[in-house]
Design a protein around this ligand. Structure first.
Ligand code: 0A1
Ligand code: ZN
Length: 881
């Protein structure tokens, strides 16, 4: 058991750094058995620090210190203090040059923080606090310096040596070694430092900026992946152009590099000029990546690129401000993806993630504001709240200001703070100053945790033709926060007449219907508002919170008739989809715990029948509308959910739909299967999605025609979306022989491709047929499984606990015990991953007591593990507390 509690870091205790660093001169000597890092810093006292006599304090983690020198003179051990976490030198002049030499062992670094080895190459991950695992340094984002980095390594095993900025010198050394020196002219915090050394091939392209500068673009990969870079390169160029056109932001160095690494804790990292990517977020080919993977790669490449301005040129003052860069950058990449494809579909995807997973986080024990006030381990705060809710907050500012004023605000923000480390408040201030709007109440979105609930009620006065809409807001208590103030919420509204026509919104009785808008953004600022709409002889159907205009829950007593009506008439595509989801949720919920054979709403079947036959609607939207709400979402919506009952109810609805619509599904499959060249256009993607949904539904009812189509599609597919669609359908069916044959053949064919093997693991781990615990344990024993590789761990353990919910929540508690075992095992090698994986258990209070108490027991077992990491300590104690 961990006896010491990790220290809590508080925003209220922020003080400016006592010392600043202007330049950093690094020399990396890389060897097979370790690395020596020589670092020379030019340090000066910070005139803004209140503590004029403060010692110089540098952070370090797992370092072997070989030398400390001040202005070139070695310091004797009594002149500095080395604690486990810091190097402190008490007596220093106002300006000095500090040299530190450290020795580290990248080959034994399984935490994947700092400098480590992945598939034989050296690479770094320094956000948030990894730089201190390389050398002693004031490792905080408000210390910005200019870096010069010399890398020395064996020329045969590490022909490629990369770091931030521009390569300024290279040459050969003795003993078959060589070096390259890189210089980054832009001051940056240490978390943006990057280094790569290995045997890599490069794919090159160029981009000409709006002002006519040619930028050298390079993607570095292992030789076997050379053919999988085109999509990322094309995505990068689209992102570069988009940022110029939409934010006026040009790239600022002469070279932009991306490197793919197999072992990576997160998706990717925006190191200045040298983005490092998890291989799964950059490599793609028609044969190996699904449409979803292609879309994901485009958005992550854009995300990391956009950080060059929102994150790098303007960075965070401290880690409480993380959403300053992440929320804004997610908003930017999400708008970019919307522009590249279907905005409605992108909005549906974003809202689904938010409502399923971020709302759950906001209602759980780790709930925190977009700008947290305290943390123990910052790695635990790379959350959906910081990223996704943070992006929603920026989106709401965009909605409130409108596109022109928002652009004025972002221009002002970049201009005012270029080269600085700033706060979310500085961001909001720039938006206020540029627009003249008062966002003081809006700032509560950054300070208060929890998902606001809007209780909506309405009434109609036929005599006066007035429709009244009352909206009350309530923000639930979250850990450490009660009695919250009302927030400023943009609420987009439309009203529909009996034939589905959009009605003019007249809040004033004397207004003229002609000029009245048919959609309006109501601004909620009070706990309760009543809005009146005039000139309405009959009661309209309200279309509430269009486009999901705020990250809130809407509670309104929709009738099933109203939902069916909105599903086919709402001009807002998002709300059409939402009405379908609400109808399906209502139908499934009514079956939870109902007697076997209870009637399933015929209007749901008819609505889906209409959808399957509608070729006039955007097919990408139809494909989304056909997806039933996920089990995770149904669980999130329920109080005290009984997982088995929810799973069963959803299955019943799915089987009923598939049985009733069998003919339509087969027709839909064939209609969307016209032979044709594989394309990555929105239309082709929608077709593949529709036919694979149809296939999966047919196999849910073990339909023989469906089985034959799946077997044939699996064999003949010319792309991974179709091959995986067929495999998934078979794996989730009761056709055991076809399932095993397909799994075996798939593995045989793709066993040398780690990213495809990860998909192969996931499809099994997520399946209630192929992913029961004995099979999951067998996957962990599989020769392709690797406990050191986060992707493999996520694709089996993470997918099982996060997506195979009926199996994970097995009433005997075996799923929980399994997860606890894996988390404990991982905590010793990679605490960041362990602390992420434990998330499903932390929600124990939400579940029906029979589940909750077993979840709690597993959490307690983790709590009692000896040598618990700070990462896991924080998550486990906060969720048990
Ligand atoms: N800043 C990166 C994500 C990232 C965060 C933390 C990491 O290690 C703890 C690694 C990457 C992004 O937003 O893409
Ligand atoms: Zn980011």
């Amino acid at each position: 058991m961990r006896t010491t509690q990790p220290k809590t870091i508080r925003l209220s205790e922020y003080t400016v750094p006592a010392h600043l660093v202007d330049t950093v001169d690094l020399r990396f000597e890389l060897f097979d058995d370790g690395a020596r890092i020589h670092s020379t810093l030019s340090v000066r006292r910070n005139p803004e620090s209140a503590d004029a006599a403060a010692p110089v304090t540098l952070d370090g983690d797992s370092l072997k210190l070989e030398r400390v020198a001040l202005n070139g003179e070695d310091l004797a051990a009594e002149n500095y203090e080395e604690t486990g976490e810091q190097l402190v030198i008490a007596s220093v002049p106002d300006r000095f040059e500090l040299t530190v030499v450290t020795w580290i062992e990248p080959q034994n670094n399984t935490r994947l923080e700092g400098l480590y080895k992945s598939s034989g190459m050296f690479c770094t991950q320094c956000e948030a606090e990894g730089f201190r695992c390389i050398t002693y340094f004031p490792d905080r984002p408000d210390v910005m310096a200019r870096y010069r980095t010399r890398i020395e390594a064996d020329k045969a095993s590490c022909p490629v040596l990369l770091s931030n900025g521009n390569a300024v010198e290279r040459g050969d050394l003795e003993n078959g070694r060589h070096f390259v020196t890189w210089e980054d002219p832009f001051p940056k915090p240490s978390y943006l430092f990057g280094l790569v050394a290995g045997d890599l091939v490069e794919q090159r392209d160029t981009f000409t900026t709006g002002s006519g500068r040619d930028i050298d673009l390079r993607i570095y990969v292992e030789p076997r992946n050379a053919e999988k870079c085109d999509h990322a390169l094309a995505s990068l160029k689209r992102a570069m152009r988009w940022d110029e056109e939409n934010y006026g932001r040009e790239y600022d160095l002469d070279i932009f590099m991306i490197v793919a690494v197999d072992d990576f804790n997160m998706g990717a990292m925006e190191n200045k000029g040298l983005n490092i990517f998890n291989s799964s977020c950059v490599l793609a080919s028609q044969d190996t990546a699904t449409d979803l993977a292609f879309e994901r790669i485009e958005s992550i490449v854009a995300h990391e690129y956009f950080h060059n301005w929102s994150g790098n040129r303007v960075t965070c003052r401290d880690w409480f401000q993380l959403s300053l860069k992440e929320g804004f950058t997610v908003f930017r990449d999400s708008t970019f993806s919307a522009d590249m494809g279907s905005p409605t579909v992108k909005r549906i995807e974003d809202a689904t993630l938010l409502r399923t997973a971020q709302f759950a986080e906001d209602a759980g024990p780790m709930a925190h504001p977009v700008r947290p006030a305290a943390y123990m381990e910052i790695s635990n705060f790379y959350t959906l709240t910081i990223y996704e809710k943070g992006a929603e907050v920026v989106r709401m500012i965009h909605t409130l200001l409108g596109p022109e004023l928002f652009r004025k605000g972002s221009d002002l923000y970049f201009e005012r703070h270029d080269g600085q480390a700033v706060t979310t408040d500085d961001f909001v201030k720039a938006m206020e100053d540029a627009s003249g709007r008062d966002l003081s109440q809006f700032r509560l979105w950054y300070e208060q945790a929890g998902t606001p609930e809007l209780m909506v009620s309405d009434s109609h006065d036929p005599e006066q033709g007035i429709y009244r809409l009352t909206i009350e807001q309530r923000i639930p208590d979250t850990p450490g926060q009660t009695d919250k103030k009302p927030q400023h919420i943009p609420f987009a509204l439309g009203l529909l007449g009996p034939d589905g026509e959009a009605l003019p919104l007249m809040q004033d009785g004397s207004a003229d219907a002609e000029g009245a808008p048919v959609e309006q953004v109501l601004e909620l600022t009070e706990a309760r508002h009543t809005f009146e709409f005039h000139g309405l002889p009959s009661k309209p159907v309200p279309s509430l919170l269009r486009h999901f205009s705020a990250p809130v829950r809407v509670i309104y007593p929709w009738s099933r008739d109203q939902l069916v009506f909105l599903m086919s008439h709402d001009p807002d595509g998002f709300n059409r989809w939402d009405a379908g989801q609400r109808l399906a949720v209502d139908v499934i919920q009514s079956l939870v715990g109902a007697a076997e054979g209870a009637e399933i709403e015929p209007r749901l079947v008819e609505a889906y029948r209409a959808l399957l036959g509608d070729s006039t609607l955007d097919q990408a939207l139809v494909a989304k509308m056909l997806q039933l709400p996920s089990e995770a979402y149904l669980i999130e919506l329920a109080d005290s959910p009984d997982v088995a009952a929810i799973h069963h109810a959803r299955e019943q609805v799915l089987q009923h739909l598939a049985t009733s619509l069998r003919e339509e599904l087969i027709a839909c499959y064939h209609r969307n299967s016209e032979a044709g060249k594989y394309e990555l256009t929105p239309e082709s993607i929608a077709r593949r999605s529709l036919r694979n949904t149809a296939l999966s539904w047919l196999l849910v009812i073990n339909d023989e025609t469906g089985r034959d189509l799946a077997v044939q599609q699996f064999r003949d597919a010319d792309n991974m979306t179709d091959r995986m669609g067929a495999l998934r359908a078979l794996v989730n069916s009761d056709y055991a022989a076809e399932r095993s044959a397909a799994l075996e053949e798939f593995y045989k064919h793709f066993q040398d491709d780690p990213q495809v093997v990860e998909q192969w693991f996931s499809v099994q781990a997520s399946s209630d047929r192929a992913g029961q615990l004995p099979q999951i344990n067998a996957l962990l024993e599989h020769s392709a499984f690797d406990w050191k590789n986060p992707n493999k761990i996520r694709s089996v353990v993470g997918v099982f606990a996060g997506q195979n919910l009926a199996a994970f929540h097995n009433p005997d508690g075996s799923g929980y015990a399994f997860l606890a075992d894996q988390v404990c095992r991982l905590d010793d090698s990679n605490p960041q991953i362990a602390a992420r994986l434990v998330t499903p258990l932390t929600r124990w209070k939400k579940f029906a007591p029979a589940y909750g108490s077993l979840m709690r027991e597993s959490l307690e077992r983790i709590r009692d593990k000896s040598g618990l990491s700070a990462d896991l300590y924080e998550v486990v104690h906060k969720s048990l507390g």
